[in-house]
Design a protein around this ligand. Sequence first.
Ligand SMILES: Nc1nc2c(c(=O)[nH]1)N[C@H]1C(S)=C(S)[C@@H](COP(=O)(O)OP(=O)(O)OC[C@H]3O[C@@H](n4cnc5c(=O)[nH]c(N)nc54)[C@H](O)[C@@H]3O)O[C@H]1N2
Ligand SMILES: Nc1nc2c(c(=O)[nH]1)N[C@H]1C(S)=C(S)[C@@H](COP(=O)(O)OP(=O)(O)OC[C@H]3O[C@@H](n4cnc5c(=O)[nH]c(N)nc54)[C@H](O)[C@@H]3O)O[C@H]1N2
Ligand code: SF4
Ligand SMILES: [Mo]
Length: 714
Amino acid sequence: MNAAPSRTVRTTCPYCAVQCNFDLHIEQGLVTRAAPTRDCPVARGTVCKKGLAAPADLRHPDRLTTPLLRRDGQLVPVSWPEAMAHVREALTPLVQRAPQRIGVFGSGSLTNEKTYLLGKFARVALQTPNIDYNGRYCMASASTALNRTFGLDRGLGFPLSDLPRSDLILLVGANIAETLPPITQYLRGTRERGGAIYAIDPRATPTAKVAGRHLAPRPGTDGLLALGLLHLMKQWGRIRPTAPAHGLSDVLWHADDYPPARVAHECGIPETDLMTLARAYADARTPLILTGRGPEQHTHGTDTVQAWLNLAFLTGHVGKQGGGFGTLTGQGNGQGGREHGQKNDQLPGARSLRDPRHRAQMAAHWNVPESHLPSPGHSAQELLNACGDSGEDGIDALIVLGSNPVVSAAGAGQITEKLRALKHLIVIDFLPSETAQLATLVLPGSMWCEEEGTTTNLEGRVQRRRRAMTAPGAAREDWRILCDLAHAIGRPHGFTYPTFRDLQDDFFLATRGGKADYSGLSAERLDRASAQWPVPRADGPDTPLAYAPTYPTPDGLATLHVPRLPTPDLAPRTLHLTTGRLSGQYQSGTQTRRNPALKAENTVQIHPDTALAYGLRAGQPVTLRTAHGQATLPVTLTPGIRPDTLFIPFHWPGAANLLTDPDALDPHSRMPGFKITPVTLLPAPVHAPDATPDTSLTTDPGPLPRPLRPTPTH
Ligand SMILES: Nc1nc2c(c(=O)[nH]1)N[C@H]1C(S)=C(S)[C@@H](COP(=O)(O)OP(=O)(O)OC[C@H]3O[C@@H](n4cnc5c(=O)[nH]c(N)nc54)[C@H](O)[C@@H]3O)O[C@H]1N2
Ligand SMILES: Nc1nc2c(c(=O)[nH]1)N[C@H]1C(S)=C(S)[C@@H](COP(=O)(O)OP(=O)(O)OC[C@H]3O[C@@H](n4cnc5c(=O)[nH]c(N)nc54)[C@H](O)[C@@H]3O)O[C@H]1N2
Ligand code: SF4
Ligand SMILES: [Mo]
């Protein structure tokens, strides 16, 4: 037998929203090396260690290579026909009698084509209203604020190459150096041209170092900071709205209530620092505000983003090249994943499931009556909370594609119990995630370079993700699995694509006329160059600058909203837990924890003064308790974190999200409060609440040991 010749395939990284391009070197059908390319329009020849290490997972011994069905409590290998026979038996009665009791949970990791197909599968095959996805946990607050203001949600309305044109960048809760590393080259460009950069983060992150300036407000107070800046801009005569808009005067009146002394006090920063920042903003020609998950993942995340958006708009910078506002999307296809119909209220092309015209357009495209399309269902966290519930709005069967909520959902302890209570949990994954391990049926899917597709990066740039190899064993391409499921439940109509290209062309066409219009794209066009949406014509240009008046709203005007923000907990001894990311791990960790090149340890970051006050040393285990659960982790002493704040990365099971709240959600975006939870420290591991109490720490009788109080330091 002749050995297959070695070859090179250019594709995009499986991980973050930068979507670096690499060349994969293939020998004997296997990837031997990933090499960055200078042709990459985003990273320009740089990559990060996660991307470089990604090929190691492709043939990891843990890869799922056959369907697994739960029998007598154990997941056992079965053939595809057996797996599909099980699907038919399990889901057909529900599809026929109560389709709303089937939930679908998708992901910003999926290519555009899979996103589209998953939404179509839920609405057309299952006919369930209950589909949502992990983007709800991600940039949903920024997305909601952008949509309700401009009627459009492209995270960055301009190319990254514009960043060096800005003379002031405020990075609000975005740790770019660890989470989107190639973008630091653009930040360096800003600084080389004399621009200033502030990192606004309760921790002095590596990004704060790149930025050169750091401000550390109390978690959850970013919106107040924006109001304080708006107050001063008004006082200093710097208000010149970008365009006429609704709500301008209400927003300006409201800012009167936020004078610098109040804002500095509530944000927990020196008033002089606030004034210095305000001066810099007032004097800048093209200031740019960029938000990350820090200000967004709160139960007041939408209003927080709104406060920053109002500031950028009212000072006249939105839509200016190099200036204005943007949000830094996180997942590989976090942008495209929020446009093409896996969101509970959305149809492809960023259409609305509530708009009769949009419903009619998609019904015609899918060749089904409009009445066939369900109305909006549960949002992500509410969908998980409804799992196993026998009540009217409950979910009996859940299909998960591209998410690991046992680790990543808020209140993961409670969510895990709900997933266990489901009649059917069908997980499509390529590795045995913690969620797959709970499943009743696991279907082995394909990894990034094992299938074709497109992704849309954080600047709305659509790129090809090319297939370089086939999936191992009986693992299948995800899009084929979704079609198989439709056939298994007796709804094959619209799920028979002879080739991937047929699906891709169907997807591009489905977006025609939507706000996120990709219908001018084709694989051939994307081979020549990437393109920023909208791209409505095959022979027309793409759209590097997205936010220009007139906006796609009913009357063409923007609408500003008065942000409703809570007063922070100012009690001197309150400790706030916040959560986030480490540079070498990705998300719920399925793909990176098992990668030997990315070894990392889960610890809680604590300021040395706080550790001292609680009698804690580096490396010592400490138990953290919140109203929702508890977890024990070793201590890392972190001089750069606020003394009232603790930080835990969320990449490991049994830690960060055992402590977060599964119920409280942002009223607009339905985002949980991942970035702030009041927490108590206990000095050593203690037993679970129902176990025998460890009474050595307390003199009070009672079920739980009492937390140590910090010793006053003078
Ligand atoms: N290495 C790595 N890179 C990733 C990912 C990953 O898992 N690992 N995930 C990708 C995804 S999906 C996303 S969404 C992005 C996220 O990218 P980022 O938004 O940069 O990531 P986070 O670490 O969640 O949060 C950013 C910062 O917010 C700070 N913070 C916490 N609370 C607050 C607050 O109330 N206010 C402010 N101003 N700051 C606060 C944290 O200290 C943290 O440094 O990263 C993407 N890139
Ligand atoms: N406490 C806390 N919790 C958080 C956050 C936080 O900052 N703090 N951040 C939130 C954010 S921003 C996000 S985006 C979520 C992310 O968290 P999750 O939604 O859990 O996302 P991933 O960890 O990427 O999970 C992806 C799972 O799907 C699989 N997978 C990935 N791509 C594919 C694919 O193409 N096909 C198939 N079949 N499987 C695939 C992976 O193997 C993995 O098991 O977590 C959220 N949770
Ligand atoms: S994880 Fe992000 S920054 Fe790193 S190589 Fe992949 S796309 Fe690039
Ligand atoms: Mo995310």
